[in-house]
Design a protein around this ligand. Structure first.
Ligand code: HEM
Length: 155
């Protein structure tokens, strides 16, 4: 009896510890696993999309000029990163035509960069309507054309 009463607290600690461990353990959340699977192009495209939403929904104005300049700078950083990457769809192109396909992708990303510089110049000149129009029409058209040709069917 004496021995049992000495063991009991220890047993309780072990059982409680094991129970706590079992309750505290969680598998890695699915979102974390999925994030790891997204391509680097995808991550940058999401940044570009956030900037496009700013110009499309809020719209640049004299009041948010600094914010608008920040958004276009973030957009450009992601465009520069994307243009040297290879879209996954290139794998499905026959080898003889792959370089041309990737060059076409890169050229279009250069067009996106050039158009974003035009937008930035409009912002600098205080031409906010013009800046918003470039985002809503010219960048939108490039986005649609780029996705049509390079994004693939899994989206
Ligand atoms: C100009 C503004 C653009 C924006 C805001 C934009 C935004 C996005 C977004 C949000 C995605 C993820 C779509 C999804 O998974 O549901 C995406 C994917 C993609 N975009 Fe764009 N895009 C733009 C332009 C372009 C252009 C010009 C090209 C090609 C020259 C392009 C090529 C791609 C590719 C290849 C993917 C798939 C990335 C992957 O998951 O591996 N995008 N884009």
């Amino acid at each position: 009896m004496l021995q049992r009463s000495r063991l009991t607290p220890l047993t309780l600690i072990l059982v409680a510890g094991a129970a706590f461990g079992a309750l505290a353990w969680r598998p890695a959340p699915a979102a974390v696993v999925l994030e790891g699977e997204e391509s680097p192009i995808h991550e940058h495209m999401e940044n570009m999309n956030a900037a496009m939403r700013f110009f499309g929904k809020t719209g640049a104005s004299a009041e948010n000029r600094d914010k608008a300049l920040e958004w276009i700078a973030k957009f450009q950083t992601s465009v520069v990163a994307c243009k040297t990457m290879t879209p996954a769809t290139a794998e499905k192109i026959e080898e003889a035509k792959r370089a041309e396909f990737v060059a076409g992708y890169r050229t279009m990303m250069v067009d996106v960069l050039a158009t974003s510089c035009k937008l930035e110049k409009a912002l600098m000149a205080g031409k906010y309507d013009e800046a918003n129009k470039i985002a809503r029409e010219e960048l939108k058209a490039l986005k649609d054309a780029g996705h049509e040709k390079y994004e693939g069917d899994d989206h």
